[in-house]
Design a protein around this ligand. Structure first.
Ligand SMILES: [Zn+2]
Length: 199
């Protein structure tokens, strides 16, 4: 049997950042390798590393004891996002209450602080617990996508074996693949083999 060609390993450092939207990159932390569904988050550290890669760790750090909670809640938020986005693509409005609960705990308050020039400035400071603080921006990205995103530009990769999502920001809006280098070529090679095989 032919081996599935993929350039992506089961390694959190190799998580594909092809979504072009934080909410869709969130879904892409689960992918399919061959026939298997693979969760690229195996620990709280994996989630933490992913958040860092997304540029979301500016001020938030997390204690070892909270890493399990981070993994559990991040997976919960991801499942919720997948459900809501798939329903949205099916023309339905899903239950947004669980998403609102993630948003509700992501509280912040304006604070007057001295900035780097020694002047007073207003800065919004998150008051939430560390896990809520870390996942708050991700929950906001999901909310933003569902309310302001263009549904036609939210797409799943056209390769039948791929489950990655992306927001099509190309000028022509004809993007079909998570990545041309992996899925696009993989698909075309398979089509070519099929054609050659039947002729
Ligand atoms: Zn793909």
């Amino acid at each position: 049997m032919e081996k599935t060609e993929t350039s992506i390993n089961n390694n959190p450092g190799e998580i594909p950042m092809v979504g072009d939207h934080l909410a869709l990159d969130l879904l892409n932390t689960e992918m399919r390798v061959g026939n298997e569904s693979v969760d690229l988050w195996r620990s709280g550290e994996d989630v933490h590393a992913w958040l860092e890669r997304c540029g979301l760790l500016a001020s938030a750090s997390i204690a070892a004891a909270e890493k399990q909670t981070l993994l559990r809640q991040a997976r919960e938020l991801r499942a919720l996002a997948r459900h809501l986005i798939e329903q949205w693509k099916d023309g339905q409005v899903g239950d947004v209450q669980p998403l609102n609960r993630f948003l509700d705990v992501y509280t912040s308050a304006p604070q007057v602080m001295t900035n780097e020039n020694g002047r007073l400035a207003i800065t919004r400071v998150a008051k939430a617990d560390p896990v809520a603080k870390l996942l708050g921006p991700v929950a906001e990205a999901i909310a933003q996508l569902l309310t302001e995103g263009d549904i036609d530009l939210v797409r799943k990769c056209a390769h039948p074996e791929c489950i990655l999502w992306f927001y099509d920001r190309t000028k022509s809006h004809k993007r079909r693949w998570c990545s041309m280098a992996s899925c696009g070529n993989r698909y075309k090679a398979a089509q070519f083999r099929k054609k050659v095989g039947t002729n």
